[in-house]
Design a protein around this ligand. Structure first.
Ligand SMILES: NC(=O)c1ccc[n+]([C@@H]2O[C@H](COP(=O)([O-])OP(=O)(O)OC[C@H]3O[C@@H](n4cnc5c(N)ncnc54)[C@H](OP(=O)(O)O)[C@@H]3O)[C@@H](O)[C@H]2O)c1
Length: 307
């Protein structure tokens, strides 16, 4: 089968299209024919060697595709069923991947297979941040930073759905995009002292914040009221002395059941996945170059197979 293989760490050019053996599912694993795979900044970090992944490896934390043969029978997935998931720390940039069934969920009706592969990591991470870590409630004021990005555009929509008053940050070029997600108050996070702009809207500070990128975490703390909390899945950020704000670090869960529970909000149109760029599998280096620019709007997806 075709796969992108990383044989040495480095820049995007280390992503090479290779012919590799079909993965052999371990007992209990499901074989999936990959249709689409998401591209995120974590893929670039791994390619640079920052996760200590053993070489060689096939990248791709998330994908959508169809179950092959009887491999999903024990888990209740049937031959040809469209599934998607946050499958692990690699394997999705390939024609086929073997993965744990508890990381997979049926693809919601609202999503096409070509786009669904780009959703699981950021949707699960946004959902965990808004609902579990921050436990956002109706009527609270919530800050979502970098709200145009993969994680941010989903988190903003989830927080609006809860009934929170959402204040978002984004670069100027992305303000209209973030307004269209339903956010009224959008602040430029490249403006010096942007937390002060947040406090012009919420004078005591926001109740809770999801800082989706490292660069905004310390400022998100500044924009949060004493007694409030900032959650982030990204490294970095600190709490200045004297501030009573919790900084809650967390990871997105690789959880197929949670993904399945989230299907209704996609099918009802409460949360929309926005794809800004689509690349063929062999163009993975260009997809990584794009994600490393750091200004992704919504998500980037790799098209692996069209059937
Ligand atoms: N640990 C986990 O489980 C987990 C899961 C998901 C994500 N993450 C991490 O969370 C982070 C965000 O992920 P993502 O998928 O949302 O990434 P992404 O889509 O690549 O984020 C792109 C956004 O980052 C914003 N940005 C770039 N530089 C910025 C800066 N200096 N200040 C403010 N905003 C800036 C850009 O906004 P503008 O262009 O508008 O400035 C852009 O819209 C990454 O570090 C990722 O690895 C971790």
């Amino acid at each position: 089968m075709r796969a992108i293989l990383v044989e040495q760490f480095g820049g995007p050019d280390v992503l090479r299209l290779r012919d590799v053996p079909l993965p052999q599912p371990q007992p209990g694993e499901v074989l999936v024919r990959v249709n689409s795979a998401g591209v995120g900044p974590w893929d670039a970090a791994q390619r640079q060697g920052r996760f200590g992944t053993e070489l060689p490896y096939i990248p791709g934390f998330e994908c959508a595709g169809t179950v092959v043969g009887k491999s999903g029978d024990d888990a209740g997935f049937h031959d040809g069923e469209p599934v998607y998931g946050y499958i692990g720390m690699g394997g999705a940039y390939a024609d086929y991947v073997a993965c744990r069934p508890d990381r997979l969920a049926p693809v919601p009706m609202a999503l096409a297979l070509w786009e669904a592969g780009a959703l699981p990591v950021d949707l699960l991470t946004a959902d965990a941040g808004i609902h579990d870590v921050l436990a956002v409630q109706r009527g609270q004021t919530v800050l979502v930073t970098a709200a145009a990005g993969g994680l941010g555009h989903l988190a903003a929509q989830l927080a609006i759905h809860v009934g929170a008053h959402v204040i978002a940050t984004a670069g100027r070029d992305h303000h209209n995009f973030v307004h269209k997600l339903g956010v009224t108050d959008v602040i430029d996070h490249y403006e010096a002292d942007w937390p002060q702009r947040v406090r012009e809207i919420a004078p005591d500070g926001v109740d809770a914040a999801l800082s989706t990128v490292s660069a905004t975490t310390t400022d998100a703390v500044a924009a949060t009221r004493d007694g409030g909390a900032v959650a982030t899945p990204a490294p970095g950020g600190e709490i200045p002395p004297g501030r009573r704000v919790q900084l809650l670090r967390y990871q997105g869960p690789m959880d197929g059941r949670r993904l399945a529970r989230l299907a209704p909000i996609l099918d009802e149109g409460t949360v929309a996945l926005i794809i800004s760029a689509r690349f063929d599998l062999e163009d993975a280096p260009a997809a990584h170059t794009e994600v490393e620019r750091g200004h992704t709007r919504g998500k980037i997806v790799l098209s692996v197979n069209d059937d």
